[in-house]
Design a protein around this ligand. Structure first.
Ligand SMILES: Cc1ncc(COP(=O)(O)O)c(C=O)c1O
Length: 447
């Protein structure tokens, strides 16, 4: 049910007039029969907050406390045996394990232990979201490390020592690539004209026979612009280069087929749109390529006989080959409920709803002459960002660039952009749209 409280009473914004997006959205999509709305109950924060900041941290699924209790229970009762697989009966998982869900079809894999296997077992839950097969995805602490794992497979010696990336890529990833200049890598940074997109042709022209790697985002974090994975990958392959696709803002919310597109490497994290919390990122490596690579960062989880504690590395041939040392077990427990929900809801359904919501917002913004910092064409747009002018009287900023309005609306103004579309944990919701007015009132572009 949509709750209409407070939409017009944001302190300091009573004078702002607007057409209610909620009303339009209702008319357009028959939300009462929208099956995605049923999933709202799985996200406790939605009871009291309009959560417009999945681009930073996705909402926590209701099953996460139970999953973390299951982790503690396994540690407490099974001790070191928790490294081995064991299905834990839900009743044993102690307080916090609330399994009363309207979605009884949800599996309970988030309660299982088997800690050693978890980096690949959780990777198996990511695999269908990006078009990979079971056993092809490994879990890591973050994308920076997953990218470093890829880089550790290569030498950057001329004549093939170039890395071609565009200026709108996420900084942390850029830092890792830039650091390689000391090891002989040459960086080619492809510019953007508008801060929203980088022309595909320009990216492809920058790739030549000196190019070794082309790291690029499926969806640009600044503008939510969708980049042409097929064209850039084909362009890189024509020149004998490899692509490293950052799927942080696309996995689970935009259809992707890494196998069909012959993507060499894909990285991403569960923190945002996959509602998996911090500490779990993923790496896909094209299996026929991976079997021949020698990652220098690999640790004992990558060894064929890790418990023989041999003096020399003997790399496995599968995705385990790209693992390091002891896995981040609690984070992997926390990641499973969100992945389960997104798999159940379906990427195509999430994408369809996102297109519907963002199209409405674009229409409303344009009516008001507000600047949209994202592509106007839905086919080129994943989420939506607006030019933003902070309103100190109404908001409490913090150094992370988040703002909490007194009506319980959370959004981001990092990079001078506010997120004005949200599917609240990978699942688009009507109430979010109904409550978007306060943040809309804050986002008209300044002069
Ligand atoms: C496109 C993209 N890549 C990577 C990251 C984060 O990288 P890491 O997992 O190393 O923190 C972000 C975070 O916002 C991002 O937007």
């Amino acid at each position: 049910m949509i709750n209409h409280k407070d939409t017009n009473t944001t302190k300091g914004h009573k004078s702002v007039s607007f057409v209610s997006p909620a009303a339009l959205w209702f008319n357009a999509s028959s939300s009462m029969s929208d099956p995605l709305l049923l999933w709202r109950d799985e996200f406790p924060i939605l009871q009291h907050t309009t959560y417009l900041i999945s681009n930073s941290l996705g909402a926590m699924p209701r099953a996460v406390p139970g999953a973390l209790a299951a982790y503690a229970h396994a540690w407490a009762t099974r001790g070191v045996r928790a490294w081995e697989s064991n299905r834990v009966p839900a009743a044993e998982c102690g307080p916090g394990n609330d399994r009363r869900t309207p979605h009884s079809e949800l599996r309970t894999s988030h309660l299982e232990d088997g800690w050693w296997e978890m980096p690949i077992a959780v990777g198996d839950m990511v695999a269908p979201l990006i078009g990979a097969s079971p056993g092809e995805v490994s879990m890591h602490q973050n994308v920076t490390l997953a990218s470093a794992m890829v880089l550790s497979c290569f030498d950057f010696r001329p004549p093939r020592n170039r890395i071609v990336l565009n200026e709108l890529e996420f900084p942390s990833v850029r830092y890792v690539y830039q650091a390689l200049r000391d090891s002989g890598a040459e960086l080619v940074v492809v510019p953007s004209d508008d801060g929203i997109r980088v022309p595909t042709g320009r990216m492809i022209e920058a790739i030549d026979e000196r190019t070794l790697l082309v790291p690029f985002s499926h969806v640009l974090y600044r503008s939510a612009c969708i980049q042409d994975v097929a064209a850039i990958t084909a362009g890189a392959h024509r020149m004998g280069a490899y692509v490293v696709l950052d799927t942080y803002h696309s996995a689970g919310v935009l259809p992707l087929d890494v196998q069909g597109l012959a993507v060499d490497f894909a990285v991403g994290g569960v923190l945002k749109w996959l509602c998996g919390g911090p500490g779990a990122a993923f790496l896909y490596v094209r299996p026929d390529l991976g079997a021949h690579l020698k990652p220098r960062l690999a640790g004992w989880q990558a060894h064929r006989r890790p418990f023989a504690f041999e003096g020399e590395m003997d790399l496995r041939e599968d995705a385990w080959r790209f693992l390091t040392g002891t896995p981040q077990v609690p984070a992997l427990y926390a990641a499973r409920p969100g992945l389960e929900i997104i798999n159940k809801v379906g990427v195509a359904n999430i994408r369809a709803k996102s297109v519907c919501q963002t199209s409405l917002l674009v229409e409303l913004a344009r009516e008001r002459g507000w600047r949209v910092n994202s592509p106007l064409d839905a086919a080129e747009r994943r989420e939506l960002r607006f030019a933003y002018r902070p309103s100190p009287a109404a908001v409490t900023g913090n150094r992370l660039g988040h703002e909490a309005l007194d009506v319980g609306v959370l959004f981001s103004h990092a990079q001078n952009a506010a997120i004005a579309e949200n599917h609240e944990g990978g699942v688009a919701v009507a109430r979010s749209t109904a409550y978007i007015e306060p943040s809309f009132a804050l986002v008209p572009a300044g002069p």
